[in-house]
Structure formats: structure tokens, C-alpha cells
Write a protein that binds this ligand. Structure first.
Ligand code: HEC
Length: 104
């Protein structure tokens, strides 16, 4: 009985963690991305502005249509001055970041 309750609690936690959190994404952005990207204006910093990212049709860097998939490709793959975040971000960080980037 006790273990069933623990299991249910653990499952609840897993679900809670899987839900993207915009404010956590904002924190990750401030720590890891804001040195090279503006989120609040359209100027280029080291990399292209990420303001309106998910409103735009195409990525500035490679002309691909903007989607979770193509943004994750850039995030994980890096290249041309953009570091690869494949190993340094958790899946949760990535989900939180995407949720945040969609608000820009
Ligand atoms: C050291 C500087 C640097 C850091 C840190 C950095 N980026 Fe970049 N980023 C770049 C550069 C430079 C490019 C352009 C690459 C190119 O032209 O192919 C880029 C491109 C991008 C693009 C494609 C934008 C477009 O319109 O094509 C996205 C999305 C992006 N970065 C997200 C992020 C996120 C999210 C983080 C934090 C986890 C981050 N970047 C951290 C330098 C950086």
C-alpha cells in the first residue's frame, strides 16, 4: 500500500517535470544564451536576435522554416559561432527554453 502511494507520487513528479516551464526557460536563457542573443530587440548581438523567433517564417542562420525541430537542430548542433548545447542542457532545459523562445 505504502509503495503504491510512493509510486503514484513519483509518477506525479515525472509528469510535473515534463511540463515545460517558461520562467525556467527564461532563467536558462539569461544564463546561457543572453551573452550572444538579444531576446527583447531585433539587433544582432554575437548571433541573430531571437525576438519574434517563432513568429518568423525562416531562421536567419540557415533559411529553414522555423519549427521546434529546426530550432533544436541549431541548439544541439551549433556551428558558425553557435555552441552545441547537445550535452550541456537537460531535456527539461530544452523543453523550458523552447517554451520561453515561443513567447518572444
Ligand atoms: C557564443 C555565442 C552564442 C551563445 C552562447 C548562444 N548562441 Fe545561438 N547563435 C550564435 C550564433 C553566432 C548563431 C548564428 C549561427 C549561424 O549563422 O549559423 C546562433 C544561432 C542561433 C539560433 C538560430 C537563429 C536564427 O534565426 O537562425 C538559435 C535559435 C539560437 N542560436 C539559440 C540559442 C540558444 C537558445 C542559446 C542558449 C542555450 C544560444 N543560442 C547560445 C551564438 C551563440
Amino acid at each position: 500500500m505504502r509503495s503504491a502511494i510512493l509510486l503514484a507520487a513519483a509518477a506525479g513528479l515525472a509528469i510535473a517535470q515534463a511540463k515545460p516551464d517558461v520562467s525556467k526557460g527564461n532563467e536558462v536563457f539569461d544564463e546561457q544564451c543572453s551573452g550572444c542573443h538579444y531576446a527583447d530587440r531585433e539587433d544582432r548581438k554575437v548571433g541573430p536576435s531571437l525576438k519574434w523567433l517563432f513568429v518568423k517564417d525562416k531562421l536567419d542562420s540557415n533559411g529553414k522554416p522555423v519549427s521546434e525541430k529546426t530550432v533544436l537542430q541549431v541548439l544541439n548542433g551549433g556551428g558558425k559561432g553557435m555552441p552545441s548545447f547537445q550535452k550541456t542542457l537537460s531535456d527539461q532545459d530544452r523543453a523550458d527554453l523552447l517554451a520561453y523562445l515561443k513567447t518572444l
